[in-house]
Design a protein around this ligand. Structure first.
Ligand SMILES: [Zn+2]
Ligand SMILES: [Zn+2]
Length: 426
């Protein structure tokens, strides 16, 4: 088999290589015919079958549609340090970090996009889009989706990272209002929460046909006084849910994409749910469970996504969460990190002000980023600080923290981005 990159002359690849031995670029094997394909490809170049993703990408805010903040990579036992493999300077605050096919995608608040191959450290793209970026972007089926004031845009990653491809967006569409919170793409649809400067209530808007050259116009699905951003289940379930609260009554809205052609909408009242949804804490979806935070005491509660029924109250004073299973993960509380598996909080000092949602890597460790620029990691099973790394020499708030494949990446308020490699069993 030939290397799929047109400027590489390597022949005789076996089909089990993860990188080309000559040009060292990323390869995806087709599960149907074993043909090797380029990074960011959606369909096999030989048989046309849709290529499956690795599961180790970080495709959107808190990792992807489920918003659980989890990378399933299992780190080897006994490794305690992070090894820096890349240092990058953006020209503005690091708004978001994402990854796809072992590439790091860094987006600055003013719209700079940098794409680096994490294994070769090669810069694959550097371009500028219209800023400021107002919501968390996402990667879906080989495209990068971005939201800025009154505008949504899609870039084809294969094109912008190739030497000869276009640096222009595949499409741009105007949108009323400002995309806020985080974009979510599922099947061929993009969901965005939209806010208005004049104080009108927020809306969840959707546009279809996003994989093509021109999607449909964005249209509002729901307007609400208190509205959670949507979160979703992974493929093949392809379901998204969001909560809306009006006059103290909570509704669970569920959209099942099924075959992706005709999404089916179900709205379920949730009797007995606590009052006052904290709509600025993202909800998370774990199998049939929806997790959301309510009330002045910030209670984290679980709901059944099938029936819309209120299930359990998990903890109080919850600001953020990361989960690696239905009963395992961490919660950020006012002055502590709560380890669910151990059912115990670990106190933080007043200097330990965590500034980004935590990230869980495998069954072993959890990473947090702080206002003073520290990235700290804990042993998930035996709550103890395992190590710390400073983002920059001067204090610089951590504004983005992700993990993909065997890497952890952090970005800061002055545009510093660092990529670290984890030792582990692949
Ligand atoms: Zn090659
Ligand atoms: Zn194939």
């Amino acid at each position: 088999m030939n290397c799929p990159y047109p400027d590489c002359t390597r022949r005789g690849l076996q089909g089990n290589e993860k990188r080309c031995p000559q040009c060292h670029r990323f390869l995806t094997a087709c599960s149907h015919c074993r043909e090797l394909n380029r990074a960011f490809a959606n369909h096999c170049r030989k048989c046309g079958q849709e290529l499956s993703r690795t599961g180790f990408d970080w495709q959107g805010f808190k990792g992807g549609p489920e918003r659980t903040g989890f990378n399933p990579f299992d780190r080897a036992e006994g490794t305690r340090d992070l090894e820096e493999v890349l240092h990058l300077e953006l020209d503005d605050r690091c708004k978001s970090l994402l990854s796809c096919d072992e590439h790091l995608i860094a987006v600055s608040a003013n719209g700079r996009i940098e794409i680096i191959d994490a294994a070769t450290r090669q810069r694959k793209a550097g371009l500028k889009t219209e800023g400021p970026i107002t919501c968390e972007p996402c990667v879906h089926r080989g495209s990068l989706y971005l939201g800025s004031r009154n505008r949504l845009a899609a870039y084809t990653l294969g094109a912008i990272t190739s030497a000869t491809g276009s640096r222009e967006p595949r499409w741009e569409v105007p949108i009323s209002g400002t995309p806020v919170q985080a974009l979510l793409a599922i099947a061929d649809r993009l969901y965005t929460t939209v806010g208005y400067r004049d104080g009108r209530p927020q809306e969840i808007q959707a546009l279809d046909g996003i994989g093509g050259a021109q999607p449909s116009r964005p249209r509002a699905l729901i307007t609400g006084h208190r509205l959670s951003a949507p979160a979703g289940g992974t493929e093949p379930r392809r379901r998204i849910v969001f909560l809306s609260e009006d006059s103290g009554r909570l509704t669970l809205n569920r959209i099942d994409h099924g075959d992706g052609v005709n999404p089916e909408v179900t709205t379920l009242p949730v009797p007995g749910a606590p009052r006052e949804l904290k709509s600025f804490v993202p909800i998370a979806v774990l199998r049939n469970k929806v997790l959301a935070v309510f009330g002045d005491d910030s209670k984290l509660c679980a709901f059944d996504a099938e029936r819309g029924a209120f299930k359990t109250m998990i903890q109080e004073d919850v600001r953020e969460l990361a989960l690696n299973g239905p009963t395992d993960g961490v919660l950020l509380q006012g002055g502590a990190i709560f380890f669910l598996y151990r059912n115990r909080p670990e106190r933080l000092t007043p200097d330990d002000r965590i500034s980004v949602p935590p990230v869980i890597v495998g069954r072993r460790s959890v990473y947090v980023g702080m206002k003073d620029g520290r990235v700290r990691w804990y042993d998930l099973n035996n709550p103890a600080v395992m190590g710390e790394e400073h983002l920059a020499q001067r204090s610089e708030e951590v504004t983005a923290l992700i993990s993909f494949a065997n890497y952890v990446a952090a970005g800061g308020s002055r545009g510093t981005v660092r990529l670290f490699r984890l030792e582990g069993n692949e």
